[in-house]
Design a protein around this ligand. Structure first.
Ligand SMILES: [Zn+2]
Length: 324
């Protein structure tokens, strides 16, 4: 991939004040997160999650330039020209109820929580979190048998965090060698939201959406399998929580997801509103919106300003709309 436009965006982003940059004509701003915690979470090495103090600062920053809006507003105004933002959180982690929701209520910020039906109530652990737990263990207690087994299966310390769902059995076998029990981990640590906690979030005015059953890499599975993952998780959400809006956020990315699938979700009334993670961009499908991954390494403010400059640059060459 050509990194030059990103580099230019960073340099320009450094110079442009927010007041000018964010005032320009851009898509609705949709930052998303996973978890906020002041603890070291050995199962989350995949992205730099925020400390509570950093998170609050980032919220104040959004509030300075954008007005917080609800999911209902987004559905009615998917291409709003107002300077608005809607916050969301993926993977249904318990900190969303314990910490995030309190901060959001205090500040009056609506949000949507996207939950994996296969993980809620601590039924199973996301394969990338399994990989993180294994890597955390290997860093503190090197184990040559486990590393040899990983190597024989094309995995190592450098690439284990990118392990695909199709290789989850390799992770399970490695965990056995290391004496890690994922079921004990789920039972003792309860990393995920329970049905009751999700109810409480809904009662407090937050929106609840689906995020697939098992969080597979969608680009590695067939369109039928993609549809099944979406439909199953969505029907679990509808059955348990009966949300006013049926919304789904694609796990990892919607890159490679066909226009046909998006149309089918809409026409069969499985989802009213869907989300990708391509950053600040428009999408060719009107009720499919692109979100900005806020949990990136580096300076938060500069990352965000660069993202908006990058959007502007792509807009000039007619490439600011995601096509499927
Ligand atoms: Zn996710």
């Amino acid at each position: 991939m050509n990194k030059f436009p990103r580099f230019i965006s960073k340099q320009v982003g450094r110079l442009l004040p927010e007041k000018i940059l964010f005032k320009t004509d851009t898509p609705v701003f949709l930052p998303f997160y996973h978890v906020v915690s002041d603890k070291h979470l050995p199962y989350i090495l995949n992205y730099p999650y925020r400390y509570p103090s950093e998170f609050e600062k980032e919220l104040d920053y959004y509030l300075k330039y954008f007005k917080p809006v609800t999911l209902e507003y987004l559905l009615e105004n998917p291409r709003s020209k107002e300077k608005v933002f809607h916050l969301s959180f993926d993977d249904g982690l318990k900190e969303c109820a314990d910490l995030v929701s309190h901060v959001l209520l205090k500040k009056g910020i609506p949000a949507t929580f996207f939950v994996n039906s296969g993980f809620a109530n601590n039924k199973a652990l996301f394969h990338r979190y399994k990989a993180s737990l294994i890597l955390s263990e290997l860093i503190t207690k090197p184990n040559s048998e486990a590393e040899l087994f990983l190597n024989n299966n094309g995995l190592n310390r450098q690439n284990i965090l990118q392990t695909n769902f199709s290789k989850v059995d390799i992770l399970d076998k490695t965990a056995n060698i290391l004496d890690i029990s994922f079921s004990d981990f789920l039972k003792n640590k309860n990393p995920y939201l329970t049905t009751n906690q999700i109810f409480k979030l809904k009662e407090n005015g937050f929106s609840i959406g689906a995020h697939s059953e098992n969080h597979p890499e969608f680009w590695t599975i067939s369109e039928e399998e993609q549809f099944a993952e979406i439909a199953q998780s969505m029907s679990w959400i509808v059955e348990k929580f009966n949300p006013a809006i049926k919304t789904f956020a694609f796990p990892f990315t919607d890159s490679g997801v066909s226009l046909n699938l998006l149309q089918k979700l809409k026409s069969e009334n499985i989802c009213n509103l869907t989300f990708g993670t391509a950053g600040v961009k428009y999408d060719q499908f009107k009720t499919h919106l692109q979100r900005y991954p806020a949990e990136q390494p580096g300076d938060f403010r500069l990352n965000l300003k660069s993202e908006f400059v990058y959007y502007k640059l792509r807009n000039v060459v007619g490439k600011s709309t995601v096509k499927h």
